[in-house]
Design a protein around this ligand. Sequence first.
Ligand code: GLN
Length: 487
Amino acid sequence: MSALWELSATEIAARVGRRSLSAEEVVRAHLDRIAALEPRVDAFLHLLPDRALAAARGLDAALATGLAAPPLAGVPVALKDVLDLEGLPTTCGSRILEGYRPPFTATAVARLEAAGAVVLGKTNMDEFAMGSSTERSGYKKTRNPWDLERVPGGSSGGSAAAVAACLAPVALGSDTGGSIRQPAALCGVVGLKPTYGRVSRYGLVAFASSLDQIGPFARTVEDAALVCSSLCGWDPHDATSAALAAPDFRAALAAGVEGLRIGVPWAFLEKGVATGVLATFREALRVLEAAGARVVEIALPHAPHAIATYYLVATAEASSNLARYDGVRYGLRVPAPDLERLYGETRDRGFGAEVKRRIILGTFVLSAGYHDAYYGRAQRVRTLIRRDFETAFAACDAVATPTTPTTAFRFGEKTEDPLEMYLADVFTVPANLAGIPGASIPCGFAGGLPVGLQILGRPFDEETILRVGHAYQQATDHHRHRPPLAA
Ligand code: GLN
């Protein structure tokens, strides 16, 4: 009999729905687990135990009156601190948002709560989601549950670590260039970035609006599919959200991978992938072949330019989005004798070094005289990258790569050289530029650390990605391994 904190979201919802388990018991078990392990993992920025227990009791009372069980009944969820919950702090990992309390709740969060999920708290992240290690948080370091001396990845490192350490069965993150898939890979959990437009961004603090997407972390593909059916769908508050109803993603899982063509861009993977990661990736492909998939070679000729393109587009959009933090309307205000200095001193004190670097770079690439040479050209390369995928998806149904070139690195290993850190996202960034969905599935270990298998799909074809991931998990047991953290 497994402990309550080990249960999958699917199982929790089923048992709470049958009234054989109360939401309150489930939430208490997770709060106890957090109390025991959080001092070592440091996944959370704010915990909301009273709110969570009240919500759980409210759900139990409603179920006792005969209410039909909602799809996520009693499922505890952790939220990256970039998602708004009305009246409660949202810091985005930044000192500049200290004290800010949003007047509304993000649609993605409201949808999960309406489906019976219970929010446990807000998780740590790189400041404004800029980073790949969570070391850029203005508050604290989150540790990788598999090795406490290593980073959990980022920017949604707190959410990934929370799910890996069984502090929550599911969590939400945001992915602008890999921030769900990369930490999922480094922490050995499932992470899905849906198609751009699939999930409403209302109430998600903006980093780069044409790239940002919200998505789930979970320990099984089945749980990610369950959460996605509640998460996705049109929202009048987000003009870029697609007018498509969310399918029953779980129903798609049973189809398996028989006859599916999985494309591998071997030329793109040639350089820079650690030997252990590449060997694990090849083994994962063999598992999928044994399950009936056909592995074919594809080309993504412009993908090697994705990092450069991303750092022009993303910084340009960030410089514009972050202009609003001026000490007047949100969070921190450093008093100064005049308005100009109030703006300057608040931004100087409130933003960390990486965020400043991005604002400066983004402002430069948008400035008169440089706009066409940098931003305009990056937009054109972005189109070429999108077309690469269109061509590839004529010859295959899903694309597979390792999620990251290496396993989790040590604290401080990449903080001195920003370009080194940027390269951690070499395989994840193309999907954001193309707007397509992608997931990372745990596919084994190299040197004792988790490796992620990235599966990318056609626009709005999350189902195929989930099918591949589920078939993989049916054939393997990597997702059943737990990090060595005694409670
Ligand atoms: N690591 C990338 C960056 O620093 C991606 C971040 C993200 O997806 N939010 O921009």
